[in-house]
Design a protein. Structure first.
Length: 163
């Protein structure tokens, strides 16, 4: 290793503030003149607004929090007996007026027995409901939620802007 090949970080001189006028940071030591921030030990708590009521105290306190998770639409095992189809999907549940939309996240819960063999294809199922489906001779397959098709408004607006 040669002296000219050494890689050394440049040394930065530490400023010694408040050590006289000729030191570069003398007299007020870069704090300006007077005022709360120029004094020693001056730290204000976060949100302090100079004696005025802080913003976080002016705003109302709201209960809980807003969850952005899509809530599951719960259906029950005894409701499946009324459906004539042997395959249960979001579309068949919508056709039977058990759920409102085929695009919703559906979970099957246990409440009552299942009288026939069913092939259930939904997003979620409870342990007891899974046991009930399997005891009746049926099967369960987990499927992803059906994506809602894009809005026709957006499509027409895109078509108008490009024309």
């Amino acid at each position: 290793m040669k002296y000219n090949e050494l890689q050394v970080k440049p040394h930065r001189r530490i400023r010694r503030s408040g050590r006289g006028i000729s030191a570069g940071q003398g007299k007020t030591a870069g704090r300006g003149t007077k005022g709360q921030k120029s004094r020693a030990g001056s730290t204000k708590r976060p949100g302090f607004a100079g004696g005025q009521n802080p913003l976080m105290q002016q705003l109302p306190k709201l209960p809980g929090f807003l969850s952005h998770r899509k809530k599951a639409t719960n259906i029950y095992t005894d409701q499946l007996n009324t459906i004539g189809n042997s395959t249960i999907t979001n579309e068949t549940l919508t056709a039977a007026n058990i759920i409102d939309s085929p695009y919703s996240y559906v979970k099957l819960l246990y409440r009552g027995e299942i009288n026939k063999k069913l092939n259930v294809s939904l997003q979620a199922i409870s342990k007891n409901a899974l046991n009930a489906v399997q005891q009746s001779g049926g099967t369960f397959t987990k499927v992803e939620r059906i994506a809602r098709p894009s809005s026709t408004k957006k499509d027409t607006q895109k078509g108008k802007s490009s024309a």
